[in-house]
Design a protein around this ligand. Structure first.
Ligand code: ZN
Length: 439
């Protein structure tokens, strides 16, 4: 109801204001990011150099977009990794590949949920001052047989698979570094670049590398997009589950009573799973893919489902995972003790919620203040979508995860991005890196 809602909102706002005040008092050194000193002559030169890179940046994005790098297309992901490794070596980085792996998942006979993850790319260079970790992903959600494959521009808009999520961001990152290399400043910087190949599958293989690197660095920068003209402050946690129900096949006419329908059992489970969604607490559950059965006239021997989970607080994720396990393990359609229905499942809380800290807010506000120096007014938003920044932030690295291109429509054939934001975001990033290192 409107009255309750608005009073809840004002209580919530009061709570947020109070916790902000407390966090400001607790760490005054992180509180002064709203005003940044004016641009220096060196910085104007840096910005000017990038101003002239618009055509090169767009050409680079076209080249990357025309390489299909769907998460399971190893050849394409590897080709992307090689392009970045070679560019980064030219700037003085040493590069290596971090092994991917095969991740086994339960599945019905004939379907295969297991994923074979390509290698990840790591580049690093020693230097002085704060240690920066820059991150991005090489993969997209579009497999080689997707109808959405081509790069195309119209006015100030680019259309294409991955232009927003996140090949545009990779170009932004690369050109920010090129600008710093051009002015000679990159040489002295202590920096690591981690580009993973499985972000769109939940970073199941790269998580350990991201967490390891998080512990070794002082600031984390992720080049995902945050829509148009915004930066993301806070994100929900993400979980995923795969469920396989095994029953017993039988002729649907001749021996119906001997069958044990896996589809019927899965249907009961789906109703239970969907009831976990609670908009009040922010926990949402989505049974996104269901398949099973062999023929219309066969009682289904196997059925499977993929489930998505979003949650604002870490303990809500843990509670939901327990509830999944209960529902998956229970049998609703036949006597539970008969053993005629069996299940296998896999549950993974692959992204913790990204909860702001005084340091990450400092990084965010500093970036916005630098944006204002450049005439870029950047709003702040919260998101139900996860990034690798959630992993590094939870591992203790203050992380800003939305430094990429301005674009929308990720994960759909409406994916598009604003061409002029390539240069704008590279300028923002080059200045941010410069000022983080020199402060
Ligand atoms: Zn992404």
């Amino acid at each position: 109801m409107p009255v309750n809602q608005s009073s809840r909102n004002s209580i919530k706002r009061l709570g947020i204001a109070w916790s902000l005040l407390l966090s400001l008092l607790a760490s005054q050194s992180w509180a002064a990011a709203e005003i940044e000193p004016a641009l220096t002559a060196d910085e104007n030169a840096l910005i000017g150099w990038l101003e002239d890179q618009d055509a090169q940046m767009l050409a680079m994005l076209e080249r990357l977009t025309n390489i299909n790098s769907g998460s399971l297309n190893k050849a394409g992901v590897d080709e992307m990794a090689q392009i970045f490794a070679s560019e980064l070596r030219q700037m003085g980085f040493s590069t290596s590949s971090l092994p991917g792996e095969v991740i086994e998942m339960p599945s019905c006979p004939g379907s295969n949920y297991s994923v074979d993850v390509a290698d990840h790319m790591l580049a690093s260079k020693p230097g002085n001052g704060p240690r920066l970790l820059l991150m991005g992903h090489l993969d997209t959600v579009f497999p080689p047989d997707s109808p959405f494959q081509t790069f195309r521009t119209e006015g100030d808009t680019i259309y294409g698979p991955g232009v927003t999520d996140m090949k545009g961001g990779l170009v932004v990152m690369l050109y920010a570094l090129k600008a710093l290399a051009e002015t000679g400043e990159l040489d002295a910087m202590d920096m690591t670049i981690l580009l993973n190949s499985d972000e769109e599958m939940g970073s199941l293989s790269s998580r350990k590398y991201l967490e390891e690197q998080a512990a070794e660095h002082d600031w984390g920068l992720v080049y995902e997009s945050s829509g148009s003209d915004t930066l993301t402050r806070q994100r929900k946690g993400l979980g995923q589950a795969r469920l396989v129900v095994n029953g017993r096949a039988s002729h649907a006419g001749g021996a119906h009573e001997q069958g044990r329908s896996a589809i019927k059992e899965l249907a009961y489970k789906i109703v239970e799973i969907e009831q976990m969604t609670d908009y009040e607490t922010g926990v949402t559950v989505n049974v996104g893919v269901v398949s099973g059965g062999e023929a219309r006239n066969t009682v289904a021997p196997c059925a499977e489902a993929l489930v998505d989970l979003r949650y604002p607080e870490p303990q809500q994720g843990e509670a939901a995972a327990e509830q999944f396990a209960d529902i998956f393990g229970n049998v609703y359609s036949y006597p539970i003790d008969s053993g005629e229905i069996t299940t296998e499942h896999w549950i993974n809380l692959h992204r913790p919620p990204k909860i702001p800290t005084a340091e990450s807010d400092y990084l965010l506000e500093k970036t916005r203040a630098i944006g204002r120096l450049l005439g870029q007014e950047l709003g702040v938003t919260d998101s139900g979508g996860g990034t690798d920044g959630s992993l590094t932030q939870a591992a203790g690295l203050p992380t800003l995860d939305s430094l990429g291109i301005a674009g929308t429509g990720a994960h759909s054939n409406r994916e598009e991005a604003r061409i002029s934001s390539l240069v704008e975001r590279a300028q923002l990033s080059a200045l941010l890196i410069r000022r983080l290192v020199n402060e």
